[in-house]
Write a protein that binds this ligand. Sequence first.
Ligand SMILES: Nc1ncnc2c1ncn2[C@@H]1O[C@H](COP(=O)(O)OP(=O)(O)OP(=O)(O)O)[C@@H](O)[C@H]1O
Length: 389
Amino acid sequence: MIETDGLTKRFRKGKSDVTAVSELSFAVGAGELVAFLGPNGAGKSTSLRMLTTLVRPTSGTARVAGHDILRDPAGVRSRIGSVGQLTSGSHAQRVRDELRSQGAFHGLSRRDSRRRADELIASLDLGGFADRTVQQLSGGQKRRLDVALGLVHAPGLLFLDEPSTGLDPQSRENLWQHILDVREQHGTTVFLTTHYLEEADRFAERVMVMDHGRVIADDTASHLKAKLTGDVLTLGFATPDATVRAVGVLAGLAAATPRRSDASTIELTVAGGDELLPRAVRVLGAEGIEVVRATCVPPTLDGVFLALTGRSLRDGPAAASEGPDTHGAPDVHEAPDADAAPDAHAAPRSASVAGDEPGAAPTGTTGLPATDRATTRAAEAAQQTGAKR
Ligand SMILES: Nc1ncnc2c1ncn2[C@@H]1O[C@H](COP(=O)(O)OP(=O)(O)OP(=O)(O)O)[C@@H](O)[C@H]1O
């Protein structure tokens, strides 16, 4: 479904170049659910924008859904669905009409557009508000509509850029359930970016970790966790003396080195911590050392990132619990630049609306040059609305 070869993107920033994505080479098979993880500025969105033909690579290329992104961008667009960080529905349109007109713009007959709209309303559970206008929807309902709009032409491959950012936990769970259902019903390949580590861990079969424009790990979440980190065991003791003696006993029991985190607590990071813990308590007890508290915390993807980079993904603004940190909505009054795909700057009818979207981040949040932000976002909005031109 996706095959990239040395995909690289450099942006001009003042007098210097920023390498947003460097030598990206990977393949994604049909039906996979892949999550792209990384801190702010790692290059995730730029990678997605290249794969969805919104931004031209500086070098390298990719085949997406059987079409070359450089030689046949229209072919790529006809075969993929793409949901960006902005809501793509037009404010004043009713949900049902929005879906029907999206079908018509994709070349479906009136009858097929109606049928497809009904199907998507059922499968994404939009029935309760299908006759409301987009501006009357909640954030979670809008995101479900966005996914539905991206699926109107039944693409085999769906790109989602931070689909659940900014939603409350219940709406996130609900959106995910719908994404998983659509995937199960149609075998859709899903490629998404997210800041929510626990979502990637729970739902994605494959996790690609990106940092400074490069993919630094690519595997299942469980393999990454097993390979790069382990369970963190914490054992508490009644006295400092017992703690010192316990360090010696534990060192002989586990492959890892026990660390004293304070006078009466020992930590150790090991594989199979849940099995080691009861054994450690028994052996220590036999030595006359009483364990007064104990926990075993399973590994996380944040631990994986920490092991790979020495930094936590939760440090700074990319923290999973925080709200969106998007690059700002498009200002359609600004001129496009050469980085956008050739036809991507043609403003769709909803592009000007997207900037007013209450859930969208305000402009100017990234420090990117205004024209770059405007171009990329306008191009993204143009694609999100598909052929609505
Ligand atoms: N149009 C642009 N012009 C100049 N620099 C850009 C542009 N788009 C992205 N960049 C820079 O490229 C780098 C990668 O940005 P990108 O948006 O791909 O990161 P990201 O991983 O998606 O971040 P986030 O999680 O914050 O969305 C950043 O340093 C960013 O400032």
